[in-house]
Design a binder for this molecule. Structure first.
Ligand code: HEM
Length: 126
């Protein structure tokens, strides 16, 4: 009875949890020597889009698609040279952000990190 199962979005703590993770994440990205050069100085819009994306990635409302269309995530990243080193830097920032977010459901956090690891590796294009 799949429809009775809780989504990863709910298990993590919904809107508040996603907002916290994204804030923590870009605070780290903005200081990371591998990532800083390819991101805009003002991360306001990037944070907003990532909140929308992660919400739907975790099974919450399809906020990203509603506003921007199909994510086509790999295609959207092609303008940026994403090496293995940059993917690892991205994941390091995310791992630290998840720790700093101090969410209660450890299993849900681990599942999110595993799924993001696969997605990050898929973004490598250089
Ligand atoms: C693997 C390492 C990654 C690097 C180096 C990277 C880098 C970037 C950069 C430079 C941007 C453009 C920021 C802007 O102009 O606002 C971006 C946008 C974005 N990234 Fe990544 N990214 C990576 C992985 C990921 C992953 C794993 C996800 C999904 C969980 C993701 C989701 C997004 C989203 C949703 C956007 C906004 C796309 C849009 O503008 O429509 N990225 N990323």
């Amino acid at each position: 009875m799949r429809y009775l199962e809780e989504t990863l979005y709910d298990a993590l703590g919904g809107e508040r949890a996603i907002a916290t993770i994204v804030e923590q994440f870009y605070d780290r990205v903005s200081k990371h020597p591998e990532l800083m050069p390819i991101f805009p100085d003002d991360l306001t819009e990037t944070r907003r889009k990532q909140k929308q994306f992660l919400t739907q990635f975790c099974g919450g409302p399809a906020l990203f698609t509603r506003e921007h269309g199909h994510p086509r995530l790999r295609a959207r990243h092609l303008p940026f040279p994403i090496t293995h080193v940059k993917a690892q830097a991205w994941l390091d920032c995310m791992g630290r952000a998840l720790q700093a977010s101090e969410l209660e459901n450890e299993k849900a956090v681990q599942e999110l990190y595993q799924r993001l690891t696969l997605t990050a590796h898929h973004m490598i294009n250089t």
